[in-house]
Write a protein of this length. Structure first.
Length: 116
C-alpha cells in the first residue's frame, strides 16, 4: 500500500486585534475544514481516523504558532502541522494594533492499495 494524496483544501484566518499567530492559524485551518465534509475515507472502506493530514500554515512569524494547538483542531486523523513564512500583518494607522492574516493548506492522504 502507498499513501495517496486525495484532498487539498485551503483556508484563511484572521486575528483582528490581538496579533495571536496561533489563533489566526487555527481559524485558517477551520476555514479549510468547513469547506467540506470528508467522506472519502468511508467511500474507500477506511475510517476517518486512518487519514494522514498535513497542515501547512503561513504566517509572518512561524515560530509564534503553537503547532500542537493547531493540530488539536482536527477531529480525527494522524496530523502533522508545519508553520512557514506567509500571511500578512497590517498595522493600524496609530501603530498601536496589528491585524494578522494566516493562510492554511490542508492535504489529506489515505493508504490505498496499489493497482496491479
Amino acid at each position: 500500500m502507498a499513501l495517496k494524496r486525495l484532498i487539498l483544501e485551503l483556508g484563511m484566518g484572521v486575528d483582528l486585534t490581538g496579533a495571536d499567530y496561533t489563533k489566526a492559524a487555527i481559524k485558517a485551518v477551520r476555514d479549510a475544514l468547513w469547506h467540506n465534509s470528508l467522506t472519502i475515507a468511508n467511500a474507500v472502506g477506511q475510517s476517518p481516523h486512518d487519514m494522514h493530514i498535513e497542515a501547512t500554515v503561513g504566517v509572518p512569524k512561524p515560530e509564534l504558532v503553537d503547532k500542537a494547538a493547531v493540530a488539536a483542531t482536527f477531529p480525527y486523523g494522524k496530523v502533522t502541522v508545519e508553520a512557514v513564512e506567509g500571511g500578512l500583518e497590517i498595522m493600524n494607522d496609530e501603530g498601536t494594533n496589528l491585524t494578522l492574516m494566516a493562510n492554511a493548506a490542508v492535504v489529506v492522504y489515505l493508504d490505498i492499495p496499489e493497482k496491479k
